[in-house]
Design a protein around this ligand. Structure first.
Ligand code: SF4
Length: 348
């Protein structure tokens, strides 16, 4: 049987959990400080907890339920970790340097049910949702290997909108002063906008930043590229994002992966400018990151620039993003896929 995962609880609940095991509740607060503020990775490191208590905790509630399988570092300072979960599934997370501190990118599911045609993570579909604790362990591993982080993007493997209870629970811990204490303004959640997800994020009430994965303005092309949103129109999703802006005053980002010869033409730029006209968003253009198994290519720099220019002349605020994640294993889900290969030493 899998032991209870303490990270599935909010740190404010740790004292009560300690009490139910017959330990003093104040030691629960103490332990949470050790984990989230001092980066402890084992009970033994918590030297001001009595040795007998540490020993009992080691048996009753192992602190870590994930294991580091692989770590790759790129020349630009990006660090990618592949973690094995208690059931042997694997998941990846990335830490990236930036001008105003480090950003970490977290996964929310093992695999992904959305199956975007240009994404390594979606190739095998969904294996399972991650728990709150498994999402938080990614942040803890990156914090231990690279130090404190200042931004969080929920943009790794999986669609957060299909696993909201665990994702929002993890974000509560990232936001809370008893947890990681990250400001809501520095947290971005990316979603394709499954039915009910954006309103649920609004009802949760924390003013995080939303990024909507769009990738095509035309619904027919969008549904081809993102099969998991076949039942929804883009306008419906954008209207929900606008409603959230009305409620919390936070502009959202439109994410658009540029695929050569697929969605990077002048007509695609024109259609995108039209559907976003007067909406409260910023457009983030992401040149495709090559994945060997996929039949897509990155548009030439001139084509990327031209696409951005057309959007800007349509009145939109646009960023053309440089690729992050390093030269090796750069695309989302690639490190995990490589480690799933039958001849990989970690997959025997
Ligand atoms: S791009 Fe995101 S939503 Fe699409 S398949 Fe990949 S992980 Fe899932």
């Amino acid at each position: 049987m899998t032991s209870p995962h303490l990270f599935d609880l909010h740190p404010a609940q740790w004292p009560q959990w300690f009490e139910t095991l017959g330990f003093p509740s104040f030691q629960g607060r103490n332990a949470a400080r050790w984990v989230f503020q001092k980066g402890a990775k084992s009970w033994q490191e918590m030297t001001d907890l009595p040795a007998s208590l540490r020993q009992q905790l080691e048996i009753k509630a192992p602190l870590q339920q994930t294991r580091l399988v692989h770590q790759s570092e790129a020349a630009d300072g990006a660090c990618k970790v592949l973690l094995a979960l208690a059931d042997g599934a694997t998941v990846e997370a990335v830490g990236m340097p930036g001008t105003d501190g480090r950003t970490i990118c977290l996964s929310t599911q093992v695999g992904c049910p959305v199956r975007c045609r240009f994404c390594a993570s979606g190739m095998e579909g969904l294996a399972r949702n991650l728990s709150q604790g498994e999402i938080l362990e990614q942040a803890l591993w990156l914090q231990r290997s690279q130090g404190a982080f200042q931004r969080v993007v929920v943009m790794g493997m999986g669609e957060a909108g299909f696993n909201l209870p665990a994702v929002l629970g993890a974000l509560d811990v990232l936001l809370d002063a008893e947890g990681f204490g990250i400001s809501a303004r520095r947290i971005t959640l990316s979603t394709v906008g499954p039915k009910g997800a954006i309103p649920a994020i609004g009802a949760w009430g924390r003013p995080i930043h939303l990024a909507i994965s769009v990738h095509a303005a035309d619904d027919e092309l969008r549904h081809q590229l993102i099969p998991g949103v076949k039942h929804r129109s883009l306008v419906e999703t954008l209207d929900e994002a606008e409603a959230l802006f009305e409620a919390n005053g936070r502009e959202y980002t439109v994410e658009y992966v540029l695929l050569a010869g697929v969605n990077d033409g002048p007509e695609h730029a024109q259609a995108l400018a039209s559907v976003l006209y007067q909406r409260r968003c910023h457009v983030n253009l992401i040149p495709f990151n090559a994945v060997p198994e996929l039949p897509y290519a990155c548009p030439a720099p001139m084509v990327q620039e031209e696409f951005a220019k057309r959007l800007r002349s349509g009145g939109l605020s646009v960023t053309l993003r440089r690729s992050l994640g390093g030269a090796s294993d750069a695309a989302c889900g690639q490190l995990r896929r490589r480690n799933l290969a039958p001849d990989h030493p970690h997959n025997v």
